[in-house]
Ligand binder design. Sequence first.
Ligand code: 13P
Ligand code: SF4
Length: 350
Amino acid sequence: RYRGLDEAERTARIAAARETLGDDVVVLGHNYQRREIVEAADFVGDSYQLSVEAANADAKYVVFCGVTFMAESADIITDDDQTVVLPSMEASCPMAGMAEALQVDSAWAEIDAATGDRTVIPITYMNSYADLKAFCAEQGGLVCTSSNAADAFEWAFERGDVVLFLPDKHLGENTAHDMGIDDRAVEWDPWDPNRDTEAAADADVVLWDGYCQVHERFRVDHVEGVRAEHPDANVVVHPECRREVCAAADVVGSTATICETVADADPGETWAIGTEIHLARHLARWHPEVNVVPLCGDACMDCNAMRQVDPNYLTWVLEALADGNERNVVEVAPDEKRLAKVALDRMLEV
Ligand code: 13P
Ligand code: SF4
Protein backbone atom coordinates (compact mmCIF):
# COMPACT_ATOMS: atom_id res chain seq x y z
CA ARG A 1 0.00 0.00 0.00
CA TYR A 2 2.83 2.38 0.71
CA ARG A 3 5.45 1.48 -1.88
CA GLY A 4 5.70 3.59 -4.96
CA LEU A 5 3.40 6.38 -3.79
CA ASP A 6 4.27 9.56 -5.60
CA GLU A 7 4.48 12.73 -3.56
CA ALA A 8 1.15 14.15 -4.70
CA GLU A 9 -0.73 10.97 -3.78
CA ARG A 10 1.06 10.71 -0.44
CA THR A 11 0.33 14.35 0.41
CA ALA A 12 -3.35 13.85 -0.44
CA ARG A 13 -3.54 10.71 1.73
CA ILE A 14 -1.85 12.45 4.66
CA ALA A 15 -4.32 15.34 4.30
CA ALA A 16 -7.30 12.95 4.19
CA ALA A 17 -6.14 11.07 7.30
CA ARG A 18 -5.57 14.35 9.12
CA GLU A 19 -9.01 15.58 8.14
CA THR A 20 -10.55 12.48 9.74
CA LEU A 21 -8.43 12.91 12.87
CA GLY A 22 -8.97 16.68 13.19
CA ASP A 23 -7.67 18.08 16.50
CA ASP A 24 -7.00 14.57 17.77
CA VAL A 25 -3.56 14.58 16.19
CA VAL A 26 -0.53 16.86 16.23
CA VAL A 27 2.54 16.13 14.10
CA LEU A 28 5.90 17.30 15.47
CA GLY A 29 9.00 17.30 13.25
CA HIS A 30 12.64 17.76 14.18
CA ASN A 31 14.73 20.18 12.11
CA TYR A 32 16.72 17.23 10.67
CA GLN A 33 13.71 15.53 9.12
CA ARG A 34 13.28 15.27 5.38
CA ARG A 35 11.56 18.03 3.43
CA GLU A 36 8.32 16.02 3.01
CA ILE A 37 8.08 15.46 6.77
CA VAL A 38 8.88 19.06 7.68
CA GLU A 39 6.17 20.19 5.24
CA ALA A 40 3.61 17.84 6.81
CA ALA A 41 4.40 18.80 10.42
CA ASP A 42 2.40 21.22 12.59
CA PHE A 43 5.53 22.28 14.47
CA VAL A 44 9.17 22.04 13.39
CA GLY A 45 11.96 22.78 15.82
CA ASP A 46 14.88 21.71 17.95
CA SER A 47 14.69 19.09 20.71
CA TYR A 48 13.86 21.66 23.37
CA GLN A 49 11.12 23.39 21.37
CA LEU A 50 9.55 20.06 20.45
CA SER A 51 9.54 18.91 24.08
CA VAL A 52 7.73 22.15 25.01
CA GLU A 53 5.24 21.61 22.14
CA ALA A 54 4.68 18.03 23.32
CA ALA A 55 4.14 19.22 26.91
CA ASN A 56 1.58 21.81 25.72
CA ALA A 57 -0.19 19.59 23.19
CA ASP A 58 -3.87 18.83 23.82
CA ALA A 59 -4.16 16.29 21.01
CA LYS A 60 -4.94 12.65 21.78
CA TYR A 61 -2.15 11.53 19.44
CA VAL A 62 1.30 13.10 19.23
CA VAL A 63 3.01 11.81 16.08
CA PHE A 64 6.69 12.50 16.67
CA CYS A 65 8.85 12.65 13.56
CA GLY A 66 12.27 12.36 15.11
CA VAL A 67 14.28 9.68 16.88
CA THR A 68 13.34 7.25 19.66
CA PHE A 69 14.71 9.26 22.60
CA MET A 70 12.64 12.27 21.48
CA ALA A 71 9.45 10.20 21.28
CA GLU A 72 10.20 8.71 24.71
CA SER A 73 10.62 12.20 26.14
CA ALA A 74 7.32 13.25 24.57
CA ASP A 75 5.62 10.24 26.20
CA ILE A 76 7.14 11.18 29.58
CA ILE A 77 6.01 14.80 29.32
CA THR A 78 2.50 14.31 27.89
CA ASP A 79 -0.56 13.28 29.93
CA ASP A 80 -1.38 9.61 30.49
CA ASP A 81 -4.37 9.73 28.14
CA GLN A 82 -2.20 10.96 25.24
CA THR A 83 -0.47 8.52 22.93
CA VAL A 84 2.90 9.11 21.27
CA VAL A 85 3.54 7.52 17.89
CA LEU A 86 6.92 7.27 16.15
CA PRO A 87 6.59 6.61 12.40
CA SER A 88 9.71 4.39 12.36
CA MET A 89 10.95 2.35 15.32
CA GLU A 90 14.30 2.05 13.52
CA ALA A 91 15.07 5.71 14.16
CA SER A 92 17.52 5.36 17.04
CA CYS A 93 20.24 7.92 17.71
CA PRO A 94 23.57 6.07 18.08
CA MET A 95 24.81 8.63 20.61
CA ALA A 96 21.91 7.85 22.95
CA GLY A 97 23.10 4.23 22.97
CA MET A 98 26.60 5.26 24.05
CA ALA A 99 25.56 5.73 27.69
CA GLU A 100 23.33 2.89 28.77
CA ALA A 101 21.82 3.27 32.23
CA LEU A 102 23.24 -0.06 33.45
CA GLN A 103 26.71 0.90 32.32
CA VAL A 104 26.45 4.36 33.90
CA ASP A 105 25.10 2.80 37.08
CA SER A 106 28.12 0.53 37.34
CA ALA A 107 30.53 3.42 36.59
CA TRP A 108 28.84 5.66 39.16
CA ALA A 109 30.55 4.24 42.26
CA GLU A 110 33.93 4.44 40.53
CA ILE A 111 33.38 8.06 39.50
CA ASP A 112 32.12 8.88 42.98
CA ALA A 113 35.27 7.34 44.51
CA ALA A 114 37.54 9.12 42.00
CA THR A 115 36.04 12.54 42.80
CA GLY A 116 36.58 12.09 46.55
CA ASP A 117 34.16 13.62 49.02
CA ARG A 118 32.83 16.15 46.52
CA THR A 119 29.18 15.80 45.40
CA VAL A 120 28.70 14.68 41.79
CA ILE A 121 25.58 15.83 39.93
CA PRO A 122 24.79 13.95 36.70
CA ILE A 123 23.43 15.86 33.71
CA THR A 124 22.23 13.86 30.78
CA TYR A 125 21.77 15.36 27.37
CA MET A 126 18.27 14.89 25.95
CA ASN A 127 19.92 12.43 23.52
CA SER A 128 19.67 9.55 26.00
CA TYR A 129 17.10 6.92 26.90
CA ALA A 130 14.45 7.20 29.60
CA ASP A 131 16.22 4.84 32.00
CA LEU A 132 19.29 7.08 32.04
CA LYS A 133 17.11 10.16 32.58
CA ALA A 134 15.50 8.29 35.50
CA PHE A 135 18.94 7.40 36.88
CA CYS A 136 19.99 11.08 36.75
CA ALA A 137 16.83 12.13 38.59
CA GLU A 138 17.53 9.56 41.31
CA GLN A 139 21.07 10.89 41.72
CA GLY A 140 19.87 14.49 42.03
CA GLY A 141 20.56 15.50 38.42
CA LEU A 142 18.64 16.69 35.40
CA VAL A 143 18.30 16.66 31.62
CA CYS A 144 19.48 19.38 29.23
CA THR A 145 19.36 20.05 25.52
CA SER A 146 21.91 21.89 23.40
CA SER A 147 19.97 25.12 24.01
CA ASN A 148 20.10 25.08 27.81
CA ALA A 149 23.25 23.12 28.76
CA ALA A 150 24.92 26.12 30.45
CA ASP A 151 21.81 26.74 32.58
CA ALA A 152 21.82 23.06 33.55
CA PHE A 153 25.50 23.31 34.58
CA GLU A 154 24.70 26.33 36.74
CA TRP A 155 21.79 24.47 38.35
CA ALA A 156 24.10 21.53 39.07
CA PHE A 157 26.91 23.67 40.54
CA GLU A 158 24.41 25.30 42.89
CA ARG A 159 23.77 21.81 44.32
CA GLY A 160 27.08 20.00 43.96
CA ASP A 161 30.77 20.27 43.16
CA VAL A 162 31.30 18.10 40.08
CA VAL A 163 29.21 17.63 36.93
CA LEU A 164 29.14 14.22 35.26
CA PHE A 165 28.01 15.02 31.72
CA LEU A 166 26.45 12.24 29.61
CA PRO A 167 26.67 11.08 26.84
CA ASP A 168 28.09 13.82 24.54
CA LYS A 169 31.63 14.78 25.50
CA HIS A 170 31.72 17.56 22.89
CA LEU A 171 28.59 19.34 24.10
CA GLY A 172 29.93 18.93 27.65
CA GLU A 173 33.34 20.33 26.76
CA ASN A 174 31.90 23.19 24.71
CA THR A 175 29.59 24.13 27.58
CA ALA A 176 32.47 23.97 30.08
CA HIS A 177 34.43 26.22 27.71
CA ASP A 178 31.58 28.78 27.58
CA MET A 179 31.64 28.81 31.38
CA GLY A 180 35.42 29.25 31.46
CA ILE A 181 36.05 25.90 33.13
CA ASP A 182 37.12 23.66 30.24
CA ASP A 183 40.60 23.35 31.80
CA ARG A 184 38.78 21.69 34.74
CA ALA A 185 37.13 19.04 32.52
CA VAL A 186 38.39 15.48 32.01
CA GLU A 187 37.17 12.62 29.86
CA TRP A 188 35.86 9.36 31.30
CA ASP A 189 36.16 6.48 28.86
CA PRO A 190 33.92 3.72 30.24
CA TRP A 191 35.33 1.22 27.74
CA ASP A 192 38.98 1.68 28.76
CA PRO A 193 39.98 -0.53 31.71
CA ASN A 194 43.22 1.51 32.01
CA ARG A 195 41.50 4.91 32.20
CA ASP A 196 43.12 7.50 34.41
CA THR A 197 40.66 7.69 37.32
CA GLU A 198 43.10 9.94 39.22
CA ALA A 199 42.44 12.74 36.70
CA ALA A 200 38.87 13.01 38.00
CA ALA A 201 40.15 13.66 41.54
CA ASP A 202 40.64 17.33 40.79
CA ALA A 203 38.13 17.86 37.95
CA ASP A 204 34.96 19.96 38.03
CA VAL A 205 33.49 18.31 34.96
CA VAL A 206 33.70 14.62 34.02
CA LEU A 207 32.83 13.99 30.37
CA TRP A 208 31.42 10.60 29.41
CA ASP A 209 33.08 9.44 26.20
CA GLY A 210 30.08 9.60 23.85
CA TYR A 211 29.73 11.57 20.62
CA CYS A 212 27.56 12.13 17.56
CA GLN A 213 28.83 10.29 14.51
CA VAL A 214 27.52 13.06 12.25
CA HIS A 215 28.90 16.12 14.04
CA GLU A 216 32.22 14.55 14.95
CA ARG A 217 33.07 14.36 11.25
CA PHE A 218 33.27 18.15 10.88
CA ARG A 219 36.88 19.32 10.95
CA VAL A 220 38.66 22.66 11.12
CA ASP A 221 39.75 22.24 7.50
CA HIS A 222 36.06 22.24 6.50
CA VAL A 223 35.84 25.71 8.11
CA GLU A 224 39.06 26.82 6.40
CA GLY A 225 37.92 25.35 3.08
CA VAL A 226 34.58 27.17 3.10
CA ARG A 227 36.32 30.45 4.02
CA ALA A 228 38.80 29.95 1.17
CA GLU A 229 35.95 29.38 -1.28
CA HIS A 230 33.70 32.14 0.12
CA PRO A 231 35.96 34.79 1.74
CA ASP A 232 32.91 36.55 3.24
CA ALA A 233 31.44 33.34 4.71
CA ASN A 234 30.11 33.20 8.26
CA VAL A 235 30.12 29.80 9.90
CA VAL A 236 27.49 28.45 12.31
CA VAL A 237 27.91 25.02 13.89
CA HIS A 238 26.11 22.78 16.35
CA PRO A 239 27.77 22.31 19.81
CA GLU A 240 27.98 18.54 19.19
CA CYS A 241 30.96 19.46 16.95
CA ARG A 242 34.50 19.13 18.32
CA ARG A 243 35.83 22.00 20.45
CA GLU A 244 38.31 23.17 17.79
CA VAL A 245 35.55 23.32 15.16
CA CYS A 246 33.35 25.37 17.50
CA ALA A 247 36.32 27.65 18.24
CA ALA A 248 36.81 28.25 14.51
CA ALA A 249 33.11 29.06 13.91
CA ASP A 250 31.38 32.46 14.21
CA VAL A 251 28.25 31.13 15.94
CA VAL A 252 27.64 27.92 17.91
CA GLY A 253 24.15 26.81 18.87
CA SER A 254 21.27 24.38 18.82
CA THR A 255 19.39 23.70 15.61
CA ALA A 256 16.92 26.45 16.63
CA THR A 257 19.82 28.91 17.03
CA ILE A 258 21.13 27.87 13.61
CA CYS A 259 17.67 28.57 12.12
CA GLU A 260 17.42 31.96 13.87
CA THR A 261 20.94 32.93 12.78
CA VAL A 262 20.13 32.38 9.11
CA ALA A 263 16.68 34.00 9.46
CA ASP A 264 18.36 37.13 10.90
CA ALA A 265 21.06 37.29 8.19
CA ASP A 266 21.08 40.20 5.74
CA PRO A 267 20.28 39.41 2.10
CA GLY A 268 23.41 38.40 0.21
CA GLU A 269 25.30 37.17 3.29
CA THR A 270 26.93 33.75 3.08
CA TRP A 271 26.34 31.29 5.93
CA ALA A 272 28.03 27.90 6.08
CA ILE A 273 25.98 25.40 8.10
CA GLY A 274 27.85 22.90 10.27
CA THR A 275 25.14 20.44 11.13
CA GLU A 276 23.04 17.65 9.65
CA ILE A 277 22.62 18.09 5.90
CA HIS A 278 18.80 18.16 5.79
CA LEU A 279 18.69 21.29 7.96
CA ALA A 280 21.26 22.97 5.69
CA ARG A 281 19.00 22.15 2.72
CA HIS A 282 15.85 23.43 4.48
CA LEU A 283 17.60 26.70 5.32
CA ALA A 284 18.66 27.16 1.69
CA ARG A 285 14.99 26.68 0.65
CA TRP A 286 13.51 28.80 3.45
CA HIS A 287 15.92 31.73 2.91
CA PRO A 288 16.69 32.09 -0.80
CA GLU A 289 17.91 35.67 -0.13
CA VAL A 290 20.81 34.26 1.95
CA ASN A 291 23.65 32.26 0.40
CA VAL A 292 23.35 29.09 2.50
CA VAL A 293 26.08 26.50 1.94
CA PRO A 294 26.77 23.25 3.77
CA LEU A 295 30.01 23.43 5.77
CA CYS A 296 31.10 20.06 4.49
CA GLY A 297 30.86 20.97 0.81
CA ASP A 298 29.88 17.86 -1.11
CA ALA A 299 30.52 15.45 1.76
CA CYS A 300 27.09 14.55 3.04
CA MET A 301 26.57 14.77 6.82
CA ASP A 302 23.43 12.72 6.88
CA CYS A 303 21.91 11.41 10.13
CA ASN A 304 20.90 7.84 9.40
CA ALA A 305 18.66 7.70 12.45
CA MET A 306 16.61 10.75 11.42
CA ARG A 307 16.48 9.45 7.86
CA GLN A 308 14.58 6.33 8.96
CA VAL A 309 11.40 8.40 9.22
CA ASP A 310 10.22 7.88 5.67
CA PRO A 311 7.20 9.96 4.59
CA ASN A 312 5.50 6.68 3.62
CA TYR A 313 5.70 5.60 7.28
CA LEU A 314 4.14 8.88 8.34
CA THR A 315 1.29 8.18 5.91
CA TRP A 316 0.97 4.65 7.32
CA VAL A 317 0.72 5.67 10.99
CA LEU A 318 -1.71 8.53 10.24
CA GLU A 319 -3.99 6.34 8.09
CA ALA A 320 -3.90 3.66 10.78
CA LEU A 321 -4.91 6.20 13.46
CA ALA A 322 -7.70 7.49 11.21
CA ASP A 323 -8.92 3.85 10.95
CA GLY A 324 -8.80 3.51 14.75
CA ASN A 325 -5.53 1.52 14.88
CA GLU A 326 -2.53 2.65 16.91
CA ARG A 327 0.79 1.65 15.34
CA ASN A 328 4.35 2.24 16.63
CA VAL A 329 3.26 3.51 20.02
CA VAL A 330 6.16 4.61 22.25
CA GLU A 331 5.41 3.98 25.89
CA VAL A 332 7.89 4.31 28.74
CA ALA A 333 7.42 1.97 31.74
CA PRO A 334 5.53 3.76 34.58
CA ASP A 335 8.32 3.78 37.22
CA GLU A 336 10.91 4.94 34.75
CA LYS A 337 8.49 7.53 33.42
CA ARG A 338 7.81 9.02 36.84
CA LEU A 339 11.52 9.45 37.60
CA ALA A 340 12.55 10.57 34.12
CA LYS A 341 9.82 13.21 34.31
CA VAL A 342 11.50 14.64 37.42
CA ALA A 343 14.72 15.12 35.41
CA LEU A 344 12.85 16.63 32.45
CA ASP A 345 10.76 18.91 34.67
CA ARG A 346 13.95 20.20 36.30
CA MET A 347 15.15 21.12 32.81
CA LEU A 348 11.87 22.82 31.90
CA GLU A 349 12.02 24.81 35.17
CA VAL A 350 15.64 25.83 34.49
P1 13P B 1 18.90 20.10 18.80
O1 13P B 1 18.45 19.95 20.20
O2 13P B 1 19.84 21.23 18.62
O3 13P B 1 17.73 20.11 17.88
O4 13P B 1 19.79 18.83 18.43
C1 13P B 1 19.33 17.53 18.46
C2 13P B 1 20.29 16.62 17.83
O5 13P B 1 20.08 15.43 17.79
C3 13P B 1 21.50 17.18 17.27
O6 13P B 1 22.25 16.17 16.66
FE1 SF4 C 1 21.89 11.45 17.16
FE2 SF4 C 1 23.78 12.80 15.84
FE3 SF4 C 1 21.56 12.03 14.58
FE4 SF4 C 1 21.47 13.99 16.39
S1 SF4 C 1 22.54 14.00 14.40
S2 SF4 C 1 20.01 12.29 16.22
S3 SF4 C 1 22.99 13.23 17.87
S4 SF4 C 1 23.15 10.68 15.48
